[in-house]
Design a protein around this ligand. Structure first.
Ligand code: BEZ
Ligand code: FE
Length: 300
């Protein structure tokens, strides 16, 4: 298969030489025993070669790309995953989420996982508080978990995590605190509720090569304000998602990792100080509340 863009910019003889190389490399994977691995390598080769030929990549640009990837690798360790961040800002993470979480009736849409989930977050009862020492405006979150036939999902496990109002997750502080995260279980009717904090926009880590890339193209590292959820229940598809805050100006400016889906934007209603809370908690300042009804798809 000859690439059309290339055919338009180089002589027929040159295009033949380039295409022959692509074909030889594809053929070199021809004996791969694992058919899926063969498919991946075949398509990857074709797309990579098509890219180089389409943009007529210079050797200087090839070297710059290698330097960039090397820097990305050097910054990556068990705490900082710069390669995932790179995938995130290219929308690759989000596209992989889309491919693997096909729409199913009114099932809640999925979005990116992000790097800040922790196993073993504390358990809270329904109505408990995930904030711990994380600062921010208190926010009551409630809703239900059901399947796509409308049946409640009692006992669904709900993991929630979020940044504080300075834009940092607990794991970004050096003091080992656990704050702004917890898990709870839906009740017999699939209902859940907890206190969190009203999400605010925050930047993805941008002090490395990915940050330099964003700066070079005039893109902001900010994520739209969000609260992370992961919901699991037997025989239902695990849902990794967020809710976003309706009216957040960053929604107009855009999310640095392309994680926003309209169905996940929820009204967060501000309640003036003194407004009675759903559970009789006494608060001295304003607070907010939102509802998120979660629908889990069947395992496909
Ligand atoms: C997050 O939402 O926590 C996140 C997602 C992608 C990259 C960085 C952070
Ligand atoms: Fe996040």
């Amino acid at each position: 298969m000859t690439d059309d863009t290339t055919a338009a910019t180089v002589s027929g003889e040159q295009a033949k030489i380039e295409q022959a190389l692509t074909d030889r490399v594809v053929a070199s994977f021809g004996d791969t025993q694992n058919p899926r691995l063969r498919q991946l390598l075949d398509a990857l080769t074709r797309h990579l070669h098509a890219f180089v030929r389409e943009v007529r990549l210079t050797e200087e640009e090839w070297n710059a790309a290698i330097r960039f990837l090397t820097e990305t690798g050097h910054l990556t360790d068990d705490k900082r995953q710069e390669f995932i961040l790179l995938s995130d800002v290219f929308g690759l993470s989000m596209q992989t989420v889309n491919v693997n979480n096909k729409t199913h009736g009114d099932a809640t849409e999925a979005t990116v996982f992000g790097p800040f989930f922790l196993e073993d977050a504390p358990e809270i009862p329904i109505g408990g508080d995930i904030a711990g020492s994380a600062h921010g405006q208190p926010c009551w979150v409630d809703g239900t978990v059901s399947d796509t036939d409308g049946n409640p999902v009692p006992g669904a496990r709900i993991e929630v995590w979020e940044a504080d109002d300075e834009g940092f997750y607990d794991v970004q502080y050096a003091d080992g605190r656990v704050a702004g995260r917890a898990h709870l279980f839906a009740d017999d009717e699939g209902r859940y509720a907890f206190w969190g904090i009203t999400p605010t926009p925050y930047p993805i880590p941008h002090d490395g090569p990915v940050g330099k890339l964003l700066a070079a193209v005039g893109r902001s590292p900010l994520r739209c304000a969000h609260l992370h959820f992961m919901v699991t229940a037997p025989n239902l598809r695990t849902l990794v998602t967020h809710i976003f805050v309706e009216g957040d100006p960053q929604l107009v400016a855009g999310d640095s990792v392309f994680g926003v889906k309209d169905s996940l934007i929820k009204p967060f209603h501000t309640q003036l100080a003194g407004t009675p809370t759903p559970d009789g908690r006494v608060l001295s300042g304003d607070w907010a509340r939102t509802t998120f009804d979660i629908v889990l798809a069947p395992v496909s």
